[in-house]
Write a protein that binds this ligand. Structure first.
Ligand SMILES: [Zn+2]
Length: 278
């Protein structure tokens, strides 16, 4: 599933093309009306068509297109959703669910913003911008300045779950999923199956720093490609080869040479080094 670095990579790819652009047509292909939440395709089209994209934000794993008509078009890519931008006529891919035609004063021909989604879990919805916060996770974005060490400490101390479950909870911090929770716990030297509330302040400090470092490193690599993730130009990210524990079970730890273990925890495959993490 695309997590914060992958969604942020897509956002940065799209910005030069979509900012200031006018949505000419929004086409949701037959059979995919379910991806539009709480609205018909017709109502969605009528809301977005003719409006300008004034801002493209991200909160956690959500992309938010703020429109000139006071509405926000909120997108969650879920497992395999992907936006692909192209400048000329683009043949329809077999996994394409929708396409948006946009024009902008900064380029001459119409552009196509295609939305592909193999697993079909991605969602779109349009809400008044003042209600945007009701539709996105309440936790601070993991790379935003309002995500602080004290905030993380307070939230972990109130959680009666494992660290892994707590970090996957988007009300604690928004943007982390399976890959970056495992990688952050490794970098912090803390086992993901520890009780969240039992972490001491020093450990939370290490964890907080590890989350920032892990996400920023992955962003520099253009995100992690596992399963189907591609950026807005259809290219995979390069971060998987940099993972320390994720998908490396049975291989040697790059720090201590021990074998990386994988356990099922919080319903998810969880990877850790039994020596580097305690
Ligand atoms: Zn190790």
């Amino acid at each position: 599933m695309p997590e914060l670095p992958e969604v942020e990579t897509v956002r940065r790819d799209l910005i030069p093309y979509v900012l200031g652009a006018t949505i000419q047509r929004a086409i949701v292909h037959r059979g995919f009306s379910r991806m539009i939440k709480d609205s018909s395709i017709k109502a969605f089209r009528e809301t977005v068509e003719g409006s300008q994209i004034e801002e493209l934000r991200r909160h956690g794993k959500y992309l938010i297109f703020r429109l000139s008509n006071g509405r926000s078009w909120i997108v969650h890519l879920r497992m395999t959703g992907a936006f692909l931008i192209s400048s000329d006529y683009r043949p329809r891919d077999r996994h394409e669910r929708a396409r948006i035609r946009i024009t902008s004063p900064s380029y001459t021909s119409e552009m196509v913003l295609a939305f592909n989604d193999v697993r079909r879990f991605g969602t779109w919805e349009c809400v008044p911008t003042e209600h945007e916060n009701d539709r996105i996770p309440s936790g601070p974005d993991a790379l935003a300045i309002d995500f602080t060490q004290d905030d993380l400490l307070g939230k972990l101390q109130s959680k009666d779950t494992s660290l892994k479950s707590a970090l996957l909870d988007q009300a604690v911090v928004a943007g982390l999923g399976n890959i970056y929770v495992d990688e952050s716990c490794f970098l912090a030297g803390i086992r993901p199956d520890r009780k969240a509330k039992n972490l001491c302040a020093r450990e939370v400090e290490r964890l907080y720093d590890a989350i920032g470092t892990t996400l920023n490193r992955a962003l520099e690599q253009g995100g992690t490609s596992f399963r189907n993730y591609v950026n807005a130009f259809g290219l995979p990210g390069g971060a998987l080869s940099h993972c320390q524990v994720y998908q490396r079970d049975g291989q040697c730890c790059r720090i201590c040479d021990s074998t990386i273990l994988k356990i099922k925890h919080a319903g998810r495959g969880t990877h850790y080094c039994p020596v580097c993490q305690d």
